[in-house]
Design a protein around this ligand. Structure first.
Ligand SMILES: [Zn+2]
Ligand SMILES: [Zn+2]
Length: 585
């Protein structure tokens, strides 16, 4: 055996986590390693350890080639099955294949495989008809204990959400089914940089000019329509020219420059401002042969500038790149990391990699992925402890100047609770903590449900849609609906008076008598439970106590009242409203 590669400690850990997981489970698992962490070495080691046939799949031939080369560098022989590489070998114990080629030749994969490794596995969709799923399905028919392992740097995609459900550090990423069940190992980018495994990014903010994409409408994944982006950029040709002039100026001291454009039109415009002899443009429409040639010339430093539109984020490896210019918007921390990651490979004489964001993304490279589109430009990831189980959730939110969380967008705690050690619980899956930070109370049973729920989780009865409720109330003559801008409190004896202030100056009020236990209970269910953004639910026993802590009381979004003979009686307080009336009312 010619195993001259020594695994780095984290690569060894990833390998061990895989062995440990598959010893006790056949459920598909994911390893998350940042770009440049050396995934191909982890794959090679797992392939080396495997006794039976295994298949290593990926979607681009460059990765098939890289992974194969790494494996053979151990002195072992593996097969390649890829039309793009003009090789169709499947007799080896280990086959490195492109997913397209295998899917097109399923009849040649009738052997029993013990393990499928999928590189860049964020491309696996949950659809049964996808190429990956069809291959897995077929191999499962030969071996129902088939193991499936994915590797990726980006386990979260804006359009797909998380690709797995459970994280080994004890939390849930998704309440829905996903192509992979477990994340069994993960390493943050900052670890790689701090340990010197990657080049330090030099993040520069002193950009001459910046685009402002924030006015554009986002789809539900936080992405913009190409048409809108083009329209905005066409009005800012001067900005683009000024940006490229700065890029060229700074590039004088740099070896290789990658420019990430927002659209194809934008990329063409950028290219037109750069020196023709030193520039390549690669888009999704670029002929594959041309693309290979351009990339080769760039790697050989015959070309200095490589302009691209989201095609060179994975499987592209040019270690000499030391300047990344980002001219495209993105809401995704992992996509941003992947873009920057193109410039972080170590290379001889390379000190750092200049990174300039001209698109105002204000993504912090070291922030964790929250897993939801950023709700507002000034949101940041915040840590919110669950009052139920103590788990430290990461949600989008806002902090004050002392770093205290003043607002967050979390809905349900993501902590995983181990089943209690009772008889008959052996082998049970840990369950997600049911504490909710935002919820709708079921009018039938009082159960707490997600704010988007249609039916109660506990009693299964329909929950009235808040929009219907508002619409109905607005139709009534004797009802009043206010959009609540804030509340003020007053205390008289044991009574607490809450006044709701509408955005147009209207007012509604109601009182809770704290000497009466029923009224105290209602107040605590409405306001005590949601105290401090539900981060610290509280049972208030006295009106004065509420007054003292009123700064942390949550206000409802809407209040509905009915006219009585002499006054308006509050009937409904709607918290955590997210429907369309917010804007359209
Ligand atoms: Zn919890
Ligand atoms: Zn219910």
């Amino acid at each position: 055996m010619n195993a001259h590669f020594k695994l780095r400690p984290y690569q060894q850990e990833a390998v061990e986590a895989t062995l440990r997981h598959f010893r006790q489970s056949d459920e598909p698992a994911v390893i998350v390693l940042p770009t440049g962490a050396g995934k191909s070495l982890v794959i090679a080691e797992l392939a080396r350890l495997a006794r039976r046939k295994i298949l290593v799949l990926t979607h681009v031939k460059e990765l098939v080639e890289q992974n194969h080369a790494k494996y053979e560098s151990y002195g072992l022989a593996g097969g390649i099955f890829s039309a793009g590489l003009k090789r169709k070998e499947n007799r080896h114990q280990v086959t490195f294949a492109s997913v397209q080629s295998v899917a097109a030749n399923l009849d040649q994969f009738r052997d029993e495989y013990s393990l499928v490794i999928i590189d860049e596995c964020h491309r696996v969709s949950g659809e049964d008809t996808s190429q990956y799923q069809r291959i897995i399905e077929l191999l499962r028919q030969q071996n129902d204990a088939l193991k499936v392992l994915g590797l990726t740097a980006t386990p979260y995609r804006l359009a797909m959400g998380w690709i797995y459900r459970y994280h080994y550090r004890g939390f849930v990423r998704s309440e829905d089914d996903k192509p992979f069940v477990h994340c069994i190992y993960e390493l943050p980018l900052s670890y790689m940089i701090n340990r010197g495994y990657l080049t330090k990014p030099e993040l520069v903010n002193a950009a001459v000019a910046q685009y402002d994409f924030s006015a554009l409408a986002q789809d539900r994944f936080g992405e913009y329509a190409e048409k809108d982006v083009n329209q905005l950029l066409s009005k800012h040709k001067r900005v683009t020219r000024a940006i490229i002039e700065q890029v060229m100026e700074l590039a004088a001291e740099r070896q290789g420059v990658m420019i990430f454009a927002a659209t194809v039109d934008h990329a063409r415009e950028i290219t037109s401002y750069l020196p023709e002899q030193q520039t390549a443009l690669v888009t999704g429409a670029t002929d594959l042969k041309d693309r290979d040639l351009l990339i080769q010339r760039f790697k050989q430093r015959q070309l200095k500038y490589l302009v691209n539109v989201s095609v060179l984020t994975t499987g592209f490896d040019a270690p000499h790149v030391d300047f990344i210019a980002i001219l495209r918007p993105t809401q995704s921390v992992s996509l941003y990391q992947q873009i920057v990651g193109r410039g972080l490979r170590l290379d001889d004489g390379k000190q750092d990699c200049l990174v300039i964001d001209y698109a105002g993304n204000s993504v912090n490279l070291h922030h964790p992925e929250v897993g939801e589109p950023k709700p507002s430009p000034d949101s940041e990831p915040v840590q919110v402890f669950c009052p139920g189980c103590g788990f430290a959730n990461i949600f989008w939110g806002k902090t004050d100047s002392d770093g205290r969380v003043i607002e967050h967008y979390g809905r349900r705690c993501r902590g995983l609770l181990e089943p209690a050690e009772e008889e008959g619980t052996a082998g049970q899956r840990p369950e997600q903590c049911d504490y909710r930070f935002r919820f709708k109370e079921c009018p039938h049973c009082g159960g707490e449900n997600d704010i988007a729920a249609r039916n109660c989780l506990q009693c299964h009865q329909a929950i009235i849609d808040p929009d219907d409720q508002l619409r109905d109330a607005l139709k009534l003559k004797n009802a009043m609906v206010i959009r609540c801008a804030g509340i003020t409190l007053g205390v008289a004896g044991s009574k607490l008076k809450i006044t709701y202030h509408g955005e147009d100056g209207e007012e509604l009020s109601e009182s809770f008598d704290f000497s009466k236990s029923a009224q105290r209970t209602v107040f605590n269910k409405l306001f005590g439970r949601r105290f401090a953004n539900s981060q610290a639910p509280k049972e208030f026993s006295k009106a004065e106590e509420v007054l003292e802590l009123q700064a942390l009381l949550s206000a409802p979004d809407f209040v509905i009242a009915r006219k009585q003979k002499y006054y308006w009686q509050v009937q409904e307080r709607m918290f955590d409203y997210q429907g369309s009336y917010r804007k359209a009312y």
